[in-house]
Write a protein that binds this ligand. Structure first.
Ligand code: HEC
Length: 113
């Protein structure tokens, strides 16, 4: 049964090889389904067709549904860093991780206006 050891060794090697790319990846990938779970803190202000917003006339906010994902991410990063200033968005963006931003951007970019 000496052939079992090399097999286990190869399997372990493959396992490490499969993990390496994920560990090295710099860019987070947005997941629209996850973004949909996280958007409850956005849709009160960012009215989206198909959703009821409580006070669309009270909050003149830009529509982000259907916006390019890359644009949404860079806007959120700018609010977080302070490069763009708006009190509400600053507070919101500050609470978001890069993964949150990518997920939300993936979700909102797929929403039809
Ligand atoms: C309290 C209301 C409010 C909430 C909640 C809110 N936003 Fe905003 N958002 C605004 C306003 C107002 C602006 C415009 C700010 C400005 O003039 O820079 C804005 C701007 C933006 C922009 C830039 C849009 C553009 O066209 O440049 C993005 C992207 C954005 N919000 C995403 C989000 C996301 C994602 C969430 C949820 C995590 C969220 N917002 C929650 C009020 C809100």
């Amino acid at each position: 049964m000496s052939h079992r050891f090399p097999t286990a060794l190869v399997a372990a090697g493959l396992g490490l090889a499969a993990l390496a790319p994920a560990a090295l990846a710099q860019n987070v990938t947005g997941n629209a389904a996850a973004g949909k779970e996280k958007n409850s803190m956005c849709i009160g202000c960012h009215g989206i067709v198909g959703y009821r917003t409580a006070y669309p006339e009270v909050y003149p906010v830009p529509m982000i549904g259907g916006q390019q994902a890359a644009y949404i991410i860079s806007a959120l990063k700018e609010y977080k860093s302070g490069a763009r200033w708006h009190p509400s968005m600053r507070a919101i963006a500050d609470s978001l991780s890069e993964q949150d931003m990518a997920d939300l951007a993936a979700y909102f970019s797929q929403v039809k206006r």
